[in-house]
Write a protein that binds this ligand. Structure first.
Ligand SMILES: [Zn+2]
Length: 282
């Protein structure tokens, strides 16, 4: 599932489309789309931002086009024509049977593909977007994600700390891959209660925050992570490279990269695969 680093990679690439005009909108699967496509036809892409795991396009009429990729969504840009016959080895020819929406621009085409159909594209007014935005916690790479905020949030969270990292209403942007990596970085057992942890060791708070920022920035540096299902690709249909730099995620049975004698184990917390080293995260 695309998380903050994958979405940021796409948002960085989308900056090149500022100034492009939306000439046509073809909604192939109405369930993925919210709003009236007439509201965006003829409008120009003025700005591109990320909020948590959401891609936000600001249009010339003040509307927002928000795109959430969820599990298997992909946003792929083809700069030449409507049909991409290059047969990219990962995306194949576009459009294809998984294409759910097509945005024809004055130069090039944006394809929204989604195998599992959980992704969502919505047209919103500024007030609608502001309301949606309010439901999210501070962005994990934003100024509001301070040590003070993190300490307070941990104190009020009795359940495993891993579930706190995954809760978008508390911290926006972290998903399962990076939550596992952040806890390894901070040498914390994923099952540990956040409130007990910060009560017993208050000095852990700045370490967690540093690890959140370090791990997510590393994910962006390598263009996001494309795991075994090869689900994530960037705007140009290319895989990321972060999977080569993961320390615990999907590394069950391998030696801990700290060479502490630990072997990476897998358990399940909140229904999500959880990977950790029993030695340095014991
Ligand atoms: Zn270890």
């Amino acid at each position: 599932m695309p998380e903050l680093p994958e979405v940021q990679t796409i948002v960085n690439q989308l900056q090149n489309l500022r100034g492009r005009k939306i000439n046509s909108v073809d909604i192939i699967l109405p369930a993925v789309f919210g709003g009236n496509e007439k509201d965006i036809i003829g409008e120009e892409i003025r700005g591109v931002e990320r909020r948590g795991k959401t891609i936000v396009l600001k249009l010339s009429n003040g509307k927002f086009l928000t795109i959430h990729l969820r599990m298997t969504g992909r946003l792929v840009y083809n700069k030449t024509d409507k049909i991409n016959k290059d047969k990219n080895p990962i995306t194949g020819e576009l459009p294809n049977k998984h294409t759910r929406a097509i945005f024809g621009l004055d130069k090039g085409t944006l394809f929204f593909n989604d195998v599992r159909k959980f992704g969502r594209i919505k047209i919103m007014s500024d007030t609608q977007w502001a309301m949606d935005n309010q439901k999210l916690g501070p962005d994990a790479l934003g100024k509001e994600f301070t040590e003070k905020y993190l300490a307070e949030t941990c104190r009020g969270w009795k359940r495993p700390i891993k579930l706190l990292l995954l809760d978008q209403e508390k911290i926006a942007g972290i998903g399962n891959i990076y939550a596992n990596e952040i806890l390894w970085c901070a040498r914390i057992n994923p099952r540990e209660s956040a409130s007990v942890l910060v009560r017993q060791a208050p000095k852990i708070v700045p370490i967690i925050r540093t690890c959140v920022i370090k791990v997510l920035r590393e994910g962006i540096k390598y263009g996001g992570s494309t795991s075994g299902d090869r689900s994530y690709v960037d705007l140009l249909g290319q895989p990321g490279g972060m999977q080569e730099h993961l320390n615990v995620y999907h590394r069950t049975g391998k030696a801990c990269p700290r060479n502490d004698g630990g072997i990476i184990q897998k358990s399940v917390i909140g229904g999500r695969g959880t990977f950790f080293c029993p030695v340095c995260q014991g």
